[in-house]
Design a protein around this ligand. Structure first.
Ligand SMILES: Nc1nc2c(ncn2[C@@H]2O[C@H](COP(=O)(O)OP(=O)(O)OP(=O)(O)O)[C@@H](O)[C@H]2O)c(=O)[nH]1
Ligand SMILES: [Mg+2]
Length: 197
């Protein structure tokens, strides 16, 4: 049976950082300055090819408002990676990253890859979070970091695809490991069948 490469990914971050806009840029190549604030939870699928294999990303967009935050947490389960978004023109959104990550890791575990998106890189005159600050924070915690812009599309696909590649690599390793164990078990069984003792 063909393997199902469907990977659930969470898009997290404070209100207004551009989570929905990044998704719409990646999945539909569109941008709307007058986008509505999200309520609840929604997801968009995106099909990509990695190493000649079809991979479907199930991208879960979350509403950051406090009322939804705890409800959404119930849906984090089984996510294999996180896109953690902050707005480079608002330092509060950068400072909030650790609490979002802790909250996610309580549900999905600490071993899942996390990519930090410093969004709104097109707004160069209002920067409150320098790329150096974000890079330092990311490398200290072993997260990948991308400066992105949902408005111009800068680095958006690249960031999503890099996360998908990491997930795909670990999934492939896991499958190889499983098939080695299955092969090993088959060998033991066939040996026992042959052995009449
Ligand atoms: N200049 C600029 N504006 C952006 C960018 N990304 C998003 N925006 C704007 O920022 C505002 C918020 O974007 P959303 O995508 O709704 O943000 P969100 O994180 O989904 O917000 P919530 O759903 O409330 O949690 C909107 O006015 C967007 O048009 C960007 O890269 N550059
Ligand atoms: Mg939204």
């Amino acid at each position: 049976m063909a393997e199902d490469f469907t990977y659930k990914i969470l898009i997290l971050g404070e209100r207004n950082v551009g989570k929905t806009s990044l998704l719409l840029r990646f999945c539909r190549d569109t941008f709307n300055q007058n986008i509505m604030q999200s309520s609840g939870l929604s997801f968009l699928p995106k099909e990509i090819i990695i190493d000649n294999e079809k991979v479907v990303l199930a991208l879960w967009d979350t509403a950051a408002t406090e009322a939804y935050r705890s409800i959404n947490k119930a849906y984090y389960r089984s996510a294999l990676g996180v896109i953690m978004v902050y707005d480079q023109t608002d330092i509060k959104t950068f400072n909030a990253i650790p609490s979002w990550i802790t909250e996610a890791q309580e549900v999905i575990g600490i071993d899942k890859p996390i990519v930090i998106f410093g969004n709104k890189s097109d707004l160069t005159e209002k920067v409150e979070v320098s790329a150096e600050m974000a890079e330092e924070f990311s490398s200290k915690n072993q997260y990948m970091f991308f400066k992105v812009s949902a408005k111009t599309g800068y680095n958006v696909s690249l960031g999503f695809i890099e996360l998908a590649k990491i997930i795909h690599k670990s999934k492939s390793r896991e499958m190889n490991h499983r098939s080695s164990i299955a092969l090993f078990q088959t060998n033991i069984i066939s040996h026992e069948e042959k052995c009449k003792c």
